[in-house]
Design a protein around this ligand. Structure first.
Ligand SMILES: [Zn+2]
Length: 143
């Protein structure tokens, strides 16, 4: 999950604020535990199943970049060796390398795009207990 920290934002249904989720908040979402909103301190939880599935798929997207680096390096190396042993012309080797780098950039860019998301966080308990207690006290004092 370390690769995606900073690119996932949460939207609070209570105070309508959007904020970058911290690592511990991401962990809380991952293990389905409510956590406090940074601004209004409401208990928040990700209840949307579609977003939860997208969130859980993020780990796989984080693997795309390192595996693409290996794949591109291997392709460049093979093209270089093929040119060296005479299987490919210099222009052929150059074209293959160019296409490999181009595909690499496209895939990494797409993966990064998929990792950027805003989660719509639902309110579990709109008011914290101490605030509810304060309201109850105020009501009692009025009577
Ligand atoms: Zn909030």
């Amino acid at each position: 999950m370390t690769a995606v920290i900073g690119s996932i934002r949460g939207h609070c249904a209570q105070c309508d604020m959007t904020f970058v989720l911290k690592p511990w908040q991401l962990n809380a979402i991952a293990i389905d535990v409510p956590f406090d909103c940074t601004y209004c301190h409401s208990g928040l939880q990700l209840l949307c199943h579609k977003q939860l599935r997208q969130f859980r798929a993020l780990d796989q997207w984080a693997l795309v970049r390192p595996s693409m680096i290996i794949l591109t390096c291997a392709t460049l190396l093979v093209a270089l060796v093929a040119e060296w042993v005479g299987l490919l012309s210099v222009i052929g080797q150059f074209n293959i390398s160019l296409v490999a780098v181009f595909i690499h950039c496209l895939v990494v860019r797409y993966a990064r795009h998929r990792q950027k998301m805003t989660l719509n966080l639902q309110v579990i308990h709109p008011l914290p207990l101490e605030q509810l207690a304060r309201i109850a006290c105020a009501r009692l004092c009025q009577q």
